[in-house]
Design a protein around this ligand. Structure first.
Ligand code: MRU
Length: 369
């Protein structure tokens, strides 16, 4: 996406690779929208830490980061023989897969990379790893563009769209999932308005989605997480579009940022269509129940405090909550298929329970990749 910062406009992806220095390069998302900075990770452990600490976040973006991290780890191998290389790769894979547990994209991405590392020598496999990681990143962009084309007709002139968290281009390599239909509608000169849920505790909606939409010149307002029901009741929201960190191909259940389920319940109550936009790497064909999705519990500090900038521009954390009180911080929830109108994919819009029927078309392979 084209970013304008301090008067300069340039196209950026959220994540890319520097082959000469064997480094993953990332937009430092924790500093947005107040500061635009690019960081590099020195090795695969550093890359995993960037995912855990949410320098990079969002399912597609952490998928591509994990794919590049795997290639980075593979290319750093200096030992001898394929056996030792494979042992090393297994460690790299584990470290990156454990960085954040709920999104399935990192696992989908790394399995894809591993499946392409088939040549006879370590050097050849190192090259194949990077080529496959680049392929994942490029596919992510193509998938988001395609799902945008399928979702675009859902947005009409005058539509008021609600979205939750950030499922925009910052959450992917480019374009985004929930925002892709919006960008496609904008390209068709449709006029519409977006409500961005604030999305406490980390406020990705207020910080990242609002910044993205402002960069793209799309009309929007940030609303407090608790305001959506009121706006729905007054007829001020026409459609909800969100992303997903893991969508179960067998059941149609959707894991996404905490608070998504609440919005889906409210949308059902008010007969407002509720759509989930995903690239194919977000579909988990293995798990048989949403109860089995690992839900990340993050540090209570995120709920008890908030980050902001002072009038002088210094980034600062302040305590919000009662001193001494503790908090729970589940980062994701699971929305059941009966609350979802449709899943927008790069291959069209499906009812959540129809994903399994269309599994071959949607990329399910028996190897589970
Ligand atoms: O904790 P985050 O910021 O990584 O969570 C991101 C979300 O929940 C997005 O809505 C999600 O990744 C879907 S779009 C990639």
């Amino acid at each position: 996406m084209k970013i304008t910062y301090q008067g300069q406009s340039r196209h950026y992806r959220t994540v890319w690779f520097d082959p000469a220095r064997n480094r993953v390069r990332l937009i430092e998302q924790r500093l947005l929208p107040h500061k635009f900075k690019i960081v590099s990770t020195a090795d695969f452990r550093d890359t995993a830490l960037a995912i855990t600490d949410m320098i990079v976040r969002g399912a597609g973006a952490i998928g591509a980061t994990a794919a590049y991290g795997l290639a980075q780890g593979a290319r750093a191998f200096r030992g001898r023989g394929l056996k030792a290389f494979e042992r090393h790769l297994a460690k790299v894979y584990r470290t990156l897969a454990e960085a954040r547990p709920t999104a399935v994209d990192p696992v989908s991405a790394m399995r894809g990379v591993l499946s392409k590392m088939t040549d006879d020598t370590v050097a050849e496999r190192q090259e194949q790893a990077l080529a496959a990681a680049e392929q994942f990143a490029n596919d992510d962009v193509a998938h988001c563009e395609a799902l945008g084309q399928h979702g675009e007709p859902l947005i009409h002139n005058g539509s008021r769209v609600l979205t939750h968290c950030n499922a925009g281009w910052l959450a992917f390599v480019d374009v985004g999932s929930a925002t892709a239909p919006m960008y496609a509608a904008q390209a068709k000169r449709k006029s519409f308005h977006v409500y961005c849920d604030e999305t406490r505790p980390r406020s990705q909606g207020a910080i990242l989605t609002a910044w993205e939409l402002a960069q793209q010149g799309i009309s929007h307002d940030i609303i407090a997480d608790n305001a959506a029901g009121h706006l729905m009741q007054r007829g001020e929201i026409d459609i909800v579009i969100v992303g997903s960190d893991r969508t179960l191909g067998r059941t149609g259940e959707v894991a996404n940022k905490i608070g998504t389920y609440t919005k889906a319940v409210l949308a059902k109550r008010h007969s407002i269509p509720f759509y989930v936009a995903i690239p194919l790497s977000t579909i988990d064909w293995e798990l048989e129940s949403g109860q089995a999705i690992p839900i990340e519990e993050r540090n209570e500090d995120e709920v008890l405090s908030a980050w902001g900038v002072t009038p002088s521009g210094r980034r600062q954390k302040v305590r919000l909550a009662n001193p001494g009180s503790k908090a729970r911080n589940p980062a994701f929830d699971v929305t059941p298929p009966e609350l979802i109108t449709g899943i927008i994919t790069p291959l069209g819009i499906f009812k959540p329970r129809q994903l399994w029927k269309h599994r071959v078309k949607l990329g399910h392979t028996t190897s589970g990749c």
